[in-house]
Design a protein around this ligand. Sequence first.
Ligand code: GAP
Length: 513
Amino acid sequence: MAKQEDLFKNVVSHAKEYGFIFPSSEIYDGLSAVYDYAQNGVELKKNIREYWWKSMVQMHENIVGLDAAILMHPTTWKASGHVDAFNDPLIDNKDSKKRYRADVLIEDYAEKLNIKAQKEIEKARARFGDAFNEQEFITTNPRVVEYLSKKNEILARMAKSLDAGDLDDVKLLIEELEIACPDSGSRNWTEVRQFNLMFGTKLGASADTAMDLYLRPETAQGIFVNFLNVQKTGRMKIPFGIAQTGKAFRNEIVARQFIFRMREFEQMEMQFFVKPGEEMKWYEYWKTTRLNWHKSLGLGAENYRFHDHEKLAHYANAAADIEFNFPFGFKELEGIHSRTDFDLKAHEQFSGKKLQYFDTEENKNYVPYVVETSVGLDRMFLAVFSKALQEETLEDGSTRTVLRLPSVLAPTKAAVLPLVKKDGLPEIAKEIMEELKWDFNVAYDEKDAVGRRYRRQDALGTPFCITVDHQTVEDKTVTIRHRDTMLQERVAITDLKNIIDKEVSVRNWLMKM
Ligand code: GAP
């Protein structure tokens, strides 16, 4: 565990030291759970967004994009259910004065039971080797059966109480499980209360006429209210999708873990409109497609898993998370939700306007069903960045810090380095850079010994270093060094563009899906 915490600390400090992420308004001591993306972070974030956009919009002829406003008519949020139901149950510890999400305290307790069960399973696997039958062990080993059934019982009771709005029972459960404040160890808890996560704001100049608005807590509703506009003007035929990336805001009670849970964050969402009755087919399709998209980045298939929801949101008839193995364990990265016709029907009801599709094949109108894919851009950033950051011990015993970002996402694709600052080498290096910058983000660096410059680019995740030396003057060749293998090869300047392109092109990466 300590090792994981160290890894996470390294992620946060590396992100700052190398110009990826800064705390917001840091000179005023920052703003809790709000972050700024710095010169390298903004490039990485843009590349993730583009990788998503290309795979969803450019590669699907039946998916189009949208950029709806952050501010929406307030009735939107009444219709969507966010005014009444977008709540988290919170609880305070009277001694430490710390505030927690009651459901997260209980889930963390349940996860500890799960970890205990997994440890028993791993011990048995090591003991029995190839003869080990995991399924049989899980159902027959008394300790594992006890851990897992207790875990399931706790989660089921919590889900039932939350569904019924029985917050007294949620508190009772915390007391029965003897859950203590992680900060102080105290069990002196307040009652559990519901807390709405939407940020309010006002539209209008004078206080008495100003209209109360919300900052959108999800981008999805901008898509729903534009469903018919897009369908008609784009002559879209069902099934079709509308994709959008943009900021969302949530007044999270407990915002921890760096950019994992933020108060201002960015979502990449797609709503796929389908014929009623066909939603489960598309739900399975999008689960598989989105998992393959994640896997195409090469961070390791073992780092992803599905978590099918037992407790469904008010709008869903099926839902699953794609979880990722973050430095603090498996957590939600993306949600795939079968949202039924809940949203469109609710907007019809609240606006009085029809939001129906005329199906020419069936010769009838209906409200389409919706399958949604929703991934947090900042969470994607954290997933990619935390897996990419590695400390390596080299053959000579020295260590290097290398950010093995998927090269398609790397902020800078190549750094051009003159070996020395004289003999015409900087001029050639700048010429190379001038040529490459039409196609790629490239950097120029002539400061320090070349070895140190390599290490700096390794830490920034730059896939290639191109070194201009005295031989370059003679024969117009350079060395190109590969970040991951550190191998260097001598190539013609005229071949550089193709070499880099082959490695970083979105096409080559998405083809792995
Ligand atoms: N439209 C559906 C929706 O918003 P969600 O599960 O609440 O569903 C979708 O959010 C995704 O948005 C999550 O899987 C996560 O990646 C991201 N997300 C949600 N809350 C976040 C937060 N406070 N900070 C960063 N990312 C967040």
